[in-house]
Design a binder for this molecule. Structure first.
Ligand SMILES: NC(=O)c1ccc[n+]([C@@H]2O[C@H](COP(=O)([O-])OP(=O)(O)OC[C@H]3O[C@@H](n4cnc5c(N)ncnc54)[C@H](OP(=O)(O)O)[C@@H]3O)[C@@H](O)[C@H]2O)c1
Length: 222
């Protein structure tokens, strides 16, 4: 596949680019400040708000074909909901016109709480301390933007509560709209294993539009 990663120098995007490249996919690695070239990874300096430039990259050229999928994995610090929603809508618009599947790496706040409270994670102080409220709300707004888009083929991947650099085990558990915890009751995954899940989702699309994953320490039964 040809996979465009928007936010390719970030914690998640860089690992998605590496994982996809290692599996033999051609990766178009987009960010404003381009990263380093890697196996099958081509860095491209493009801002996500520059729609004509994004469209040009995704559409390809006579020598390089169009992208088959685009992964949107951008973040700003401090969070800027207007930017996130605008960037998401712009990528969905372009992808819909070109017939390209979109995978959005979003936030855990968009999921349901697993504690039976029926609260979205974003509104549940048990999972989201007050200082993360605006970040969680932006993730929810990003999901709503996807849900409101008429034409695009999208999937929104919510990480678990904690996502940080770590080890690539290649193992994870996949769920849909509810926050997952592992056997150790922690809602956690390494960015490396999240990248495995992202590329798996692109290679084998499930029917769900909202999916989530969590670490899996135990080896699967043989
Ligand atoms: N538990 C959770 O729910 C959780 C935890 C962590 C992350 N996340 C989510 O995972 C996603 C990725 O986060 P991350 O931690 O990987 O972010 P990050 O490390 O801060 O990286 C952000 C990436 O976005 C790019 N970017 C920022 N503004 C851009 C623009 N205008 N145009 C193009 N690229 C732009 C940056 O590159 P340039 O600045 O060079 O453009 C960089 O590559 C986000 O949606 C974040 O909310 C969720």
């Amino acid at each position: 596949m040809r996979i465009a990663v928007v936010g390719a120098t970030g914690m998640v995007g860089s690992r998605v680019a590496t994982e996809a490249g290692a599996r033999g996919h051609q990766v178009l690695a987009l960010s404003r400040r381009p990263g380093r070239e890697g196996p099958n990874v081509t860095p491209i300096a493009v801002g996500v708000t520059d729609s004509p430039a994004v469209r040009e990259v995704l559409a390809g050229s006579a020598t390089n074909g169009a992208a088959d999928a685009v992964v949107l994995t951008v973040r700003t610090v401090p969070v800027d909901q207007e930017f996130l929603v605008g960037a998401t809508r712009a990528v969905l618009d372009i992808a819909a016109q070109l017939g390209i599947r979109v995978l959005v790496v979003g936030g855990a706040g968009a999921l349901r709480s697993p504690d039976g409270s029926d609260l979205p994670v974003a509104d549940n102080p048990a999972y989201v301390p007050a200082e993360w409220n605006t970040v969680a709300a932006a993730g929810v707004a990003q999901l709503r933007t996807c849900q409101a888009h008429a034409g695009a083929d999208w999937v929104y991947l919510s990480p678990p509560a904690l996502l940080e650099p770590g080890e690539r085990t290649g193992r994870y558990r996949r769920g849909t709209d509810t926050l997952l915890t592992g056997a150790d009751r922690r809602s956690w995954i390494s960015a490396e294993d999240l990248a495995v899940a992202v590329v798996d989702e692109l290679e084998t699309a499930g029917p769900e539009r909202l999916v989530t994953v969590v670490h899996r320490d135990e080896r699967p039964a043989a």
